[in-house]
Design a protein around this ligand. Sequence first.
Ligand code: SDX
Length: 429
Amino acid sequence: MSEKATLTYDGKSYEYPVIVGTENERAIDIAQLRAQTGMITLDDGYSNTGSCVSNITFIDGEQGILRYRGYPIEQLAEHSTFIETAYLIIFGELPTEKQLAEFRNLLVEHMFIHEAMRHHFEGFPASAPPMAILSAMINTMGCFDPLLTQPEDPARFLEASARLISRVRTIAAAAYKKSVGDPIIYPRFDLSYTANFLHMLFCKPNRICRPDPAVERAMDQIFILHADHEQNCSTSTVRMVGSSQANLYASVAAGVCALWGPLHGGANVAVIEMLENIHQSGETIPNFMTKIKDKKAHARLMGFGHRVYKNYDPRAKFIKQSCDAVLSKLGIKDPLLDIALQLEEIAVKDPYFVERKLYPNVDFYSGIIMRAVGIPMNMFTVLFAIGRLPGWIANWREVHLSPQARIYRPRQVYNGPTVRQYVPIGARA
Ligand code: SDX
């Protein structure tokens, strides 16, 4: 017998079905609430509100569990590759060898951006934030792929997904080259997805460089760990825009803009800036932590806390381990890592953080690895976007394939001026 929830208001009782997910999460289906009661719910920041039923990613914030299509993130980060994980997230199953080979071939076939798009980079100032360029050029890609911006049939969707995943990497590297005044480097046919990205980022026409395999693997794992994360701000944005039947490229371009914010994907930059400020100012860790806990300072320990995780973010755990491995392999001793470790050591015992269940999140250590491999700071959030692309594509598709695909249109509680009459300008005070 299906479960029900009862709401009692103004002497009346109303019953609503309880939806139970495959991991026994429960939600009250209030689809009939306003029709029956004339009321809506209000939930600032959507902390208690589910926007959809989804079968892509599962998070248990209390246990610190993250699974893509049922596979634990730890196993995928350890054994899979970003391209195989992207296929899993987008199409729902781990690919066969044949499927993976076909997907890889599509990525290779579509790794060049249209030559005319290269000239768009001339119009950006060197100071243009790469996230702005990324969002703009994804929409520009749509101008060159008119048939693919509404990829309804499976074959066109597969190609659109491959084009986006492959070319966003090329656009990102070109955006960086533009910012440093270097010539844009073309991708190569003989390199893996991530090695090609590093090649386009770091190589020059007169210097062929082959990325260090340890660096390539660490970056590939960073992409895997960022590949999806249920209804986070940027993914919800992609779903919101996609729900209006906006095309895949426009919806993903909107997701890039949402990710940019320092409370979301921009936190990996904010963490490094925070650690650098502590390092350069010589401020002691205890003094810094006192400031963080002082509400009047309106400061936050960037890279800590999470709307869903009230336990250690499993991605942060993996990246922290990878940090040690990559820095020792590269023979790098980064004082910022020492500061981060001290901050974590203090925070996990400090009642302020413990009571609020604030733990390191995916952004706390990721910037340290990217810094160690030479990724410039203005590219940190761009790498987050490259990693998150499969999740955005899968969620956009889920909205489009939903049988009751409806435009997302939340309600509100109005508390502005009540009705009043127009006053001609001459009669205004
Ligand atoms: C990502 O949603 C996702 O899944 C996101 C993401 C993904 O993969 O897509 O995981 C990626 O965005 C990770 C988060 C990166 N952002 C940061 O690291 C920025 C720092 N963290 C915070 O600003 C904050 O923790 C958020 C934004 C992540 C979550 O904020 P919430 O859920 O709105 O929490 P809140 O602001 O209501 O805080 C609850 C309490 C408050 O104190 P009180 O008012 O109860 O006294 O905790 C405090 C906050 O002041 N608090 C912090 C804090 N985060 C929350 N205090 C100090 N430092 C922090 N980082």
